[in-house]
Design a protein around this ligand. Sequence first.
Ligand SMILES: Cc1ncc(COP(=O)(O)O)c(C=O)c1O
Length: 376
Amino acid sequence: MVLAGSPLTPCLPDGPQARPEVESLQSYSAPLEGRRGLLRLDFNENTVGPSPKVVEAIRAIPADHYAIYPEYNGLREAVVANLGLPALTPAHIGLFNGVDAAIHALFHAFGAAGDVLLTTSPTFGYYTPCAQMQGMAITAIPYLGTDFAFPMGAIRTALLMQPSPRLLLLCNPNNPTGTRLAPELILELAAAAPDTLVVVDELYEAFTGDSALPIADFAATPNLLVLRSLAKTAGLAGLRIGFAIGPEALVDRLGRVTGPYDINSFAVTAARAALADQAFTDTYVAEVLRSRRWLLEQLHNAGVRHHAAGGNYLLIWPSRPAQAVEAELRASGILVRSMAGKPLIDGSLRVSIGTREQMERFWAAYREIENLSSLP
Ligand SMILES: Cc1ncc(COP(=O)(O)O)c(C=O)c1O
């Protein structure tokens, strides 16, 4: 993954240079090393692992199949069956090596130098570098007030800019603020801006149930694309599999900028097994929602400033610098993500929600570190 780099990033004095947009980006290593064995509440992953049926299916892959290029037959059909929406066909489903790869592809296919990406702030960090890679301009509208409400008025106004924004990227619920946006309003935005590709990143939709898909009519809004992943709920983050769902023509364009074998055979097998065991995912999501309610009660009773809306995560403002508290939690075996420096939520920690037992462990450590132990 890459993040926006400074314009002063040094170029190699000799040898070929990349496109200017790439030379001004910086390689970015997400803090994803050394996490195994720790309680991972830092990247909103599933915290218990996938369905046992996924494990069985992967174990059953004969070794000689490792030598064969992956085959995708049946996977799009399995996604359609899992979604259970009569209007969807396999041609509406694009397969990607994680939703990150779908995001990369849609910028590659649709974003040209000088085009505008319209989005919100703060939001998922990968949209910005993808836009910068293409030389796009970015208009990021801040969420509103202490509840981080969706800036509907400003987005509507910005959509009317001329020329129209090329892309509108909406994360629903938003990572990291949890802000929810009614799917009807998304459709309204898409219908009002036919020249803009409206992308709804629904990575955390399972935790809210707010999806544009059941009410979307791709004939009426041929500019609407929805992103879904098996990373956060089904527990396949390490295998990398994600979907872009939308009108056939859009899915086709994304396919044109994606390699023929970008999704590996293990991910295909795992995805099929996970999609066939929706009960496992539903049980996990229900457990997360229950433990989220429990943690919110503790935070409320202890008078700790926090913010929670949609998603399997919430924001907590510790009494001391977020990075120091993040480091102390890490020393006690618990990973959370400092939001230090992020617009509007500077000073907070983003804490992913896992099982009740995991949240009890987090809360005990947090109380100790923040000297809240004397509270009830
Ligand atoms: C909002 C959002 N979109 C996309 C992604 C990437 O998902 P995937 O693991 O499927 O690439 C993430 C991961 O953190 C995310 O939070």
